[in-house]
Design a protein around this ligand. Structure first.
Ligand code: NHO
Length: 363
């Protein structure tokens, strides 16, 4: 049979997007059943595309866009352009743009499928969540977002398998942030003293594990967004990531610090607060970790510090790994545990590329 022909549009070519492009290049060369024709590529201030859908060479697309790209058109213009493409279209959103996330229903309604690591759409308002999936149904399109939780780890797909095969999820618990994982594993290690909280954050920033302003990791919102997504997939109509308790690790006094640098300079004044948590847990024979959990029976979702037995999979995690335990009726008293690297361009892009292939076989 002749190869299936698809049009691909890529928005966002940063840390994840640029790796995605090299994975797309590999896939295009190694998937003889499909012909991938890139018809749109863009970053925040540049876009490359041709009105007649002439294909853009995948290997040189980012360079060409950077050299000869023009100001990106408006979202409605992009959507109309893609809706009129000669083949089925998959739009890959590698941005963290809220505006693009809010326009997903408009893409989907017009038959354009979406893959994305962007958490905004699925952890925004519950109305947007509902609009996205009803638009996909109406448009005969598909939307996949594996990397919005745990990067390339099979978290969302596993969650869907439970729900679609009649299992019942009773509890989900885990470490959902690579940054928080790293911070607590080095602040309160199983063996040894661990480092001072403020030194620890400075080091994590130097290693590139934190957001440019570390407060964006420490406020807990990233974890809250991931729990919102999983909770909704499990069937809880969670209104938004701020409709349940989320413990922020930003001292109240430093919330108003003008910059990330000022925040880091003053953070050591508050080291004793975190030290108290560590010592209290130790006295009880436990370690402190920053986790998220969803209890389905009580419909309780929460994010914050908790104590764990040193043998618990949550306590024994290393580096910046994620771990997620699924407690279900079928799995009984031994939860299904998924553990591995949960942040970084390579593994996040893999989740995106894997989703692209899943959509492809259904188009
Ligand atoms: P960058 O490097 O800032 O790149 C963003 C790109 O989007 C740039 O090319 C920018 O020009 C473009 N862009 C922004 N707004 C645009 C607009 N309106 N129109 C067109 N282009 C626009 O961001 P990343 O790191 O590549 O991330 C991309 C997406 O992946 C984000 O939604 C991010 O949240 C998501 N993501 C990233 C990671 C990661 O590790 N980098 C993860 C998950 C999802 O699993 C990871 C994770 O959760 C990390 C987390 N911090 C943790 O666990 O600690």
């Amino acid at each position: 049979a002749p190869p299936k022909h698809v049009n691909i549009a890529v928005i966002g070519t940063g840390g994840v997007g640029s790796v995605f492009m090299s994975q797309l290049s590999w896939i295009a060369k190694n998937t003889p059943s499909t012909y991938f024709s890139l018809c749109y590529i863009a970053m925040i201030d540049k876009a490359l595309y041709h009105q007649d859908y002439t294909e853009i060479d995948i290997d040189t697309a980012v360079d060409s866009m950077e050299k000869s790209g023009k100001r990106p058109p408006s979202l409605p213009t992009i959507i109309n352009y893609l809706a009129a493409a000669p083949h089925k279209v998959i739009m890959v959103d590698n941005t963290s743009s809220g505006a693009i996330a809010e326009s997903y229903p408009d893409f989907l309604k017009k038959g354009i499928s979406i893959v994305t690591p962007n958490k905004k759409a699925f952890s925004g308002s519950y109305q947007l969540w509902q609009d996205i999936f009803s638009a996909a149904e109406a448009g005969g399109s598909l939307v996949y977002h594996e990397s919005s939780v745990g990067a390339g780890m099979p978290i969302i797909s596993t969650m869907k398998d439970f729900v679609h095969t009649g299992d019942e999820v009773t509890k989900i618990e885990g470490i959902f942030s690579g940054t928080m994982s790293y911070l607590f594993n080095s602040f309160a290690p199983l063996n040894g003293e661990g480092s001072k909280w403020s030194d620890n954050i400075k080091k994590a920033k130097e290693l590139g594990f934190t957001e440019p302003d570390p407060r964006d990791d420490l406020n807990g919102l990233d974890v809250a967004r991931k729990l919102t997504i999983l909770g909704r997939l499990a069937g809880l109509p969670i209104e938004s990531p701020d409709s349940f308790p989320v413990q922020s690790l930003i001292p109240t006094e430093l919330e108003s610090a003008k910059s990330g640098d000022e925040f880091l300079q003053r953070l050591h004044e508050f080291d004793s607060q975190m030290e108290e948590h560590k010592t209290a847990a130790r006295k009880a024979g436990k370690v402190v970790r920053y986790i998220g959990s969803i209890d389905m029976a009580s419909k309780q979702v929460k994010v914050g510090m908790e104590w764990f037995d040193p043998t618990d999979p949550i306590a024994t995690l290393k580096g910046s790994d994620n771990v997620i335990s699924f407690h279900t009726k079928r799995y009984g008293s031994m939860p299904l545990i998924i553990r591995g690297q949960g942040a970084g361009g390579d593994v996040t892009a893999m989740g995106v590329s894997g989703d692209l292939l899943k959509i492809l076989v259904q188009l």
